[in-house]
Design a protein around this ligand. Structure first.
Ligand SMILES: N[C@@H](CC(=O)c1ccccc1NC=O)C(=O)O
Length: 327
């Protein structure tokens, strides 16, 4: 694990003083042995948790303490837009209140990049058929996320002590990643991945058949776009669209036994994702989540991308999530 091909040790820590508190950052850490262009992740750890608060660098092999709670982000972009990346998490890290780090329980952050589906019609960055990282289909997206989580867990040893946060299709992926991995064709004997105790969904896509067929007033003009990206990511078998949608999970308590908290954030001003997507998942979680899963809904504000673009709103959501998680 610590050989020369290990993605953790080949990637240096660099110090960043432009975030809410000084942090050490690893960028583009490959989480699989022969990574494509998108199979990498970002890591940030507050400098206060190192023994050298004022140091300019750390040994690349350094790891935060094993009792650290991790907050791990999955970006959106309809499973296909290369302009949304793991770096979308940065504005939130700039806006977090420094008080978050005054607790004795340390917090670190990661953001996972993953392979995308084809987007030959992108206005500025069309995919070409030869780009391996931009021509995958489900379950590759969620398997990449699970591989990234497993990579981090094997190194940093945090187990289920983490909050998985996703925006838009990243929220879909976060809930998929919380379910038993066998669902996505992972052999449980080989897949060392522990589910999160908390998932935070931001302006998420949770019911793909309804999104494509009947998204409601104000959203019908996007039916063609929804259908195009759903077909690109999940293929033409409409039964599959149901199988992959979190809304149709019949037994949350059984499929995510370690789940303790869900926080759903949706803006009514979101011009791309109908509010009803969140309401349908909320109802499903309340119905079969069992006694151990708490579900909280927060109304967000602004348009679809505003929540992460102007990091203040996402920072507030993370502060709330960390508070609930620590209860
Ligand atoms: N920028 C994306 C559009 C997009 O991300 C999107 C559009 C409608 C509903 C949800 C979306 N994103 C979810 O991840 C694209 O060009 O496909």
């Amino acid at each position: 694990m610590s050989g020369i091909h290990d993605g953790w040790t080949i990637t240096p820590w660099t110090r960043h003083d432009d975030l809410s508190v000084p942090m050490f950052h690893k960028t583009h850490v490959p989480y699989t042995p022969l990574p494509n262009n998108l199979q990498h992740l970002e890591v940030w750890v507050p400098a206060a948790y190192t023994s050298q608060t004022h140091a300019e660098s750390l040994p690349a092999s350094w790891l935060p303490p094993p009792n650290t709670t991790w907050v791990i982000y999955i970006h959106g972009g309809a499973w296909r837009d290369p302009l949304e990346t793991a770096a979308d998490f940065t504005p939130a890290l700039q806006h977090l209140s420094p008080e978050v780090f005054e607790s004795k329980a340390p917090v670190a952050f990661a953001s996972i990049s993953y392979s995308l589906s084809g987007y030959p019609g992108h206005s500025t960055c069309p995919s070409s058929p030869s780009e391996y990282s931009r021509n995958v289909r489900h379950p590759r997206h969620v398997l990449d996320v699970l591989t990234g989580l497993s990579f981090l867990q094997q190194r940093a040893g945090f187990g289920s002590n983490y909050i998985l946060v996703g925006h838009s299709c990243g929220a879909t992926l976060a809930f998929q990643a919380a379910l038993r991995p066998e669902r996505w064709g992972v052999d449980s004997g080989r897949a060392f991945v522990e589910a999160p105790r908390m998932v935070v969904g931001l302006n998420g896509l949770y019911d793909l058949p309804v999104l494509v067929a009947d998204p409601g007033d104000g959203y019908k003009k996007y039916c063609g776009v929804y259908e195009e990206f759903v077909r690109s990511a999940f293929g033409d078998d409409e039964e599959q669209w149901r199988v992959v949608s979190p809304v149709y999970v019949g037994d949350w308590a059984g499929e995510w036994p370690g789940g303790r908290h869900v926080l759903l954030v949706q803006s009514r001003e979101d011009t791309l994702v109908p509010f009803e997507q969140m309401e349908r998942l909320r109802d499903g979680l309340l119905k079969s989540g069992g006694g151990k899963l708490s579900v909280e809904v927060v109304e967000g504000y602004g348009d679809h991308y505003d929540i992460w673009k102007y990091g203040k709103q996402l920072a507030g959501v993370l502060e709330r999530a960390i508070d609930v998680f620590r209860l």
